[in-house]
Design a protein around this ligand. Structure first.
Ligand SMILES: CC(C)(COP(=O)(O)OP(=O)(O)OC[C@H]1O[C@@H](n2cnc3c(N)ncnc32)[C@H](O)[C@@H]1OP(=O)(O)O)[C@@H](O)C(=O)NCCC(=O)NCCS
Length: 112
């Protein structure tokens, strides 16, 4: 009998400022952000090695950015993965703000 593969689930975890992707209840990766007014500044995305190369980062970021849209916020793609994703997904272009030196200084001070 064939087994169907588990459907990944993406959750926003406000207390940790990140979105997580779960596979079969196990955390497979995350994309981390800080909020700067109406801007959600994404600065790091990672998928655990055991789950790499399955398109999970793409699914995670797609759902995270859709949540940003639904929340009425804007996207600042400091994370190179999110920036690359946005180059290929023009449907989010109207929500994207530039990564400026001001944003980078602000992020540094937030992340210590
Ligand atoms: C980058 C990472 C999140 C990709 O996870 P994944 O689930 O294997 O990714 P997907 O299968 O959804 O997508 C693979 C794509 O990611 C791209 N990618 C890999 N590393 C990347 C990086 N550092 N920056 C941007 N894009 C990257 C690949 O080129 C590939 O693109 P393609 O689809 O055009 O071939 C994962 O490899 C990782 O955790 N790396 C270590 C942390 C890291 O470098 N994070 C990115 C910068 S914060």
């Amino acid at each position: 009998m064939s087994q169907s593969s588990p459907v990944p689930v993406v959750e926003r975890v406000d207390a940790r400022n990140r979105y997580e992707i779960l596979v079969d209840g196990e955390r497979a990766g995350l994309t981390a952000y800080r909020d700067r007014g109406e801007q959600r500044v994404f600065y790091h995305t990672e998928i655990d090695d055991a789950f790499a190369g399955q398109g999970l980062a793409s699914r995670l970021v797609q759902e995270a950015l859709t949540d940003v849209r639904d929340s009425g916020k804007r996207i600042v793609p400091v994370c190179p993965y999110v920036a690359k994703f946005l180059q290929r997904h023009e449907e989010f272009a109207d929500l994207v703000d530039a990564v400026t030196p001001d944003v980078l200084r602000w992020l540094d001070s937030r992340l210590g």
